[in-house]
Design a protein around this ligand. Structure first.
Ligand code: ADP
Length: 484
């Protein structure tokens, strides 16, 4: 049975306009947004261009002096009120995300709470923008202040339409920055509702604008503008590189949360049932479309068959379907080309000697649904280079700690990694040597508002969430006092 109440609650929130300085903006040129489960058009957003983006930039610039100098406790209060309104709209926002992203409704409601946890956390951080005092060797006293960087451009992806936004806006607004947001064209509606709720929560006009339209055009204006002092981007590594380059002439501060190719390593001493359950939690969140999803699983040879059999059995039982079907855990992929990528990765694995243990075919539901799939063996090189971003788990046996560590690190990416072992020495020894920003030991879930999130190598730089997240949006200013 389909939960139409949920679906209707989502459609009731859908707004077909962008928001510049608090004003709804439309255009005769529009972009269609579809439901990945059916391909049905849910609605349109305006295709805004250079002029409108510049207007949003100027609004952020004009609003910056007052907002950055406002009482941080007042900013915290706005963030808390915003979080309260989001909480109140959990059903509608969850449903809207389920519609535009395709993720199961229950999971989408979980994302609303996750998104909100960043606003609550950073409301507290606004109240803790603490400076230092220090005696100078010159006999002076040095005071430090943590001041807002300036108007920010925030470019977000479609896989977590709410959480990727609040993970940036929480610290930006807490620090006193203003922002122009460019949400992904596949999932713009959630961002628009969030911005409307922020206004209702008392965010002054101009502090936040949401601009929809052609990504390269809007990105071009945002990165070229000298008025924008900071770019925070979450998305693919190639686009991240391009944007960093575009930010170089104006020397903007830049944070980059980019792709990963996370290894998950299971040692023979691990609790295999637990490792299987956690592999599934990590892999199938958002139907395999997260940058921290395990992309390649390495299992110590003596337990590899056992682990793979248990995994395949559990994966074969995962309920697949539309977002509003009760009990569904895996939904459609975001677009047709995502399905082709899973098929390509599967074909290459099979061609290199990998066996399909479960799944391996487009799902009977058709469209963008693919069967949750486990393969065993074959060549892992592809999975070091590229993230599948879909419901495919390739499992490879390994023999020694050094061998698996070398494979784990032989990747240009370094976002998340996972280890399963009961040996604490080994967990720390390997955990310290893995080139990644985040390591889960005996867990497949590593993301919370209180944990630093971010990568090394070509997975980017900067940290979101945690006590470090706000540093991306502040400059440290020193005032030296010569006391006479
Ligand atoms: P994904 O593969 O997850 O869609 P992308 O890097 O293509 O990752 O997209 C992430 C975000 O970056 C989206 O909001 C997208 O619209 C935006 N984007 C894509 N290309 C550009 C670009 N040239 N300039 C600015 N933003 C871009």
């Amino acid at each position: 049975m389909t939960d139409t109440t949920g679906r209707e609650a989502g459609l009731a929130l859908l707004r077909e306009h962008a928001l510049i300085a608090g004003e709804p903006v439309t255009s005769t040129k529009r972009i269609a947004v579809d439901d990945p489960a059916t391909g049905e058009i849910l609605g349109h957003v305006p295709e805004l261009g250079v002029v409108e983006t510049e207007r949003a930039v100027h609004a952020a610039h004009d609003a910056f002096p007052a907002w950055s100098r406002s009482d941080p406790h007042k900013r915290a209060a706005v963030l808390r009120e915003w979080a309260r309104l989001i909480d109140e709209n959990t059903q509608g926002l969850g449903a809207l995300m389920a519609l535009e992203n395709g993720k199961p409704f229950e999971e989408a409601k979980g994302e609303v709470a996750y998104a909100n946890s960043f606003l609550k956390w950073f409301a507290g951080e606004a109240e803790r923008l603490i400076g230092e005092t220090q005696d100078s060797p010159l006999g002076h006293v040095i005071l430090t202040f943590r001041e807002a960087v300036g108007p920010c451009a925030l470019i977000t992806p479609w896989n977590f339409p709410a959480a990727m936004l609040t993970r940036k806006l929480g610290p930006a607004l807490a620090a006193g920055c203003t922002a122009v947001v460019k949400p992904a064209s596949q999932t713009p509606f959630t961002a628009i509702v969030l911005a409307e709720l922020a206004q209702r929560a008392g965010l002054p006009q101009g502090v936040l604008s949401v601009v929809t339209g052609d990504a390269a055009t809007i990105g071009g204006v945002l990165t070229a503008s000298p008025l924008i002092r900071k770019l925070s981007f979450t998305g693919s590594t190639p686009i991240g590189r391009k944007l960093a380059e575009q930010c170089a002439p104006t020397l903007k501060r830049v944070s980059m949360e980019l792709g990963g190719a996370a290894p998950l390593i299971v040692f023979a001493d691990a609790d295999l049932d637990h490792a299987v359950a956690e592999t599934i939690k990590g892999k199938f969140r958002n139907s395999g479309q997260t940058c921290v999803c395990p992309n390649r699983v390495y299992v110590e040879r003596s337990v590899a068959d056992d682990y793979a059999r248990k995994l395949a059995e559990a994966v074969s039982k995962i309920p697949v379907g539309g977002a509003f079907e009760p009990g569904v855990k895996v939904g459609p992929l975001i677009e047709d080309k995502a399905i082709r990528k899973v098929q390509d990765h599967l074909a290459l694995t099979k061609a290199s000697g990998g066996a399909v243990l479960t799944g391996g075919e487009p799902h009977a539901l058709g469209g963008r649904f693919f069967q949750p799939t486990v393969t065993f063996g074959g060549d892992d090189a592809l999975f070091r280079r590229e993230e599948t971003f879909g419901p495919l788990i390739p499992v490879f046996p390994f023999d020694t700690e050094e061998e698996v560590l070398a494979k784990a690190n032989d990747s240009e990416f370094g976002l998340a990694s996972y280890l399963f072992t009961r040996d604490l020495d080994r967990a720390l020894r390997i955990g310290r040597r893995i080139e990644a920003g985040m390591i889960g030991v005996n867990t497949g879930l590593i993301s919370t508002a209180v944990a630093p999130f971010g990568g090394v190598k070509q997975s980017g730089y900067g940290r979101e969430g945690s006590i470090h997240g706000i540093d991306e949006y502040v400059d440290v200013k020193q005032v030296t006092l010569a006391l006479r």
